[in-house]
Design a protein. Sequence first.
Length: 364
Amino acid sequence: MKAGIVGLPNVGKSTLFNCLSNAKAQSANFPFCTIEPNIGVVNVPDLRLEKLEELVNPERVMPAIVEIVDIAGLVKGASKGEGLGNKFLGNIRETDAIIHVLRCFDNNNIIHVDASIDPVRDKETIDFELQLKDLEAVEKKLDKVKKASRTGDKQALKELDVLIKIKDNLESAISVRAIELTEKEREEFVSPLQLLTDKPVLYVCNVDDASAVNGNDYVEAVKKAVENENAEVIILAVGTEADIVELEEYEERQMFLEDLGLDEPGASKLIRSAYKLLNLQTYFTAGVKEVRAWTIHIGDTAPQAAGVIHTDFEKGFIRAEVIKYDDFVSYGSEAKVKEAGKLAVEGKEYIVQDGDMMNFRFNV
């Protein structure tokens, strides 16, 4: 699953990417520093893995991961091909969620493409370009659906209503994710279009050190602007987070965080938020060879979860042996969990819960 980092040029996207992935994307004080998207595979911080490692003492530990893509900065007119517009929009289309970086700090030494700081305006600039591109896609689809609806096709008539609603909203500068539609309408008529403004979004307010804990007026303006979007907003002092990542000693990093009034790196919170944004959750397998976090969608069944390990596990699924993480920690081992009668045997209909520890029985 991919999350794409987007924003206007020079708002801190590449610095954030470096911070998240430790991949050294070029970072400089001028627009269009990032031209080709950089891709990093990022571990999802999870304290539960540390506890399982302590109890099981495995040969190796494998955390869950999210793929992060650093996408080129965008300018006005991108939907018409200005700047790196078409490349930018194409790269966003390939992602599952958007991490939108907004500059929420003053610094005369760092250039802003519009020569002033206004994160709400910056957000609207990118929204406008994405909405124009979506409008183009919806209008093309409308032309086809109108022809089918003239025959009285009931499904086409339903789709026509949904598309007209989307078109009207986009023309009013309302993103698709903020439009009231039923889950069925989204699944049948919206998802196949892969609309840019339908993707879930996490707004990252890039602030100075003094605003790292409680934010500032810029952050409050962003929160107010997105309150109807069903989006998440987090505060991050991106430059400082990058400095923390560079420190080799754990104690030094902790001292740095304490000075800022933070209990953990903001980057860790961001990765977990991105994971949640992608509608993902984790289950574990634990043995002496390996303790591993596996990534699945929220709502996946036991066979679907098994299929993440190997497709044969899903095809030949018989049952799943499930231990709740808290029970495993409480009793200290699988054997003691079994003795206490806390191991559950689940079938094909079982909906996997975040933190479940699972063994699968299958036959191919």
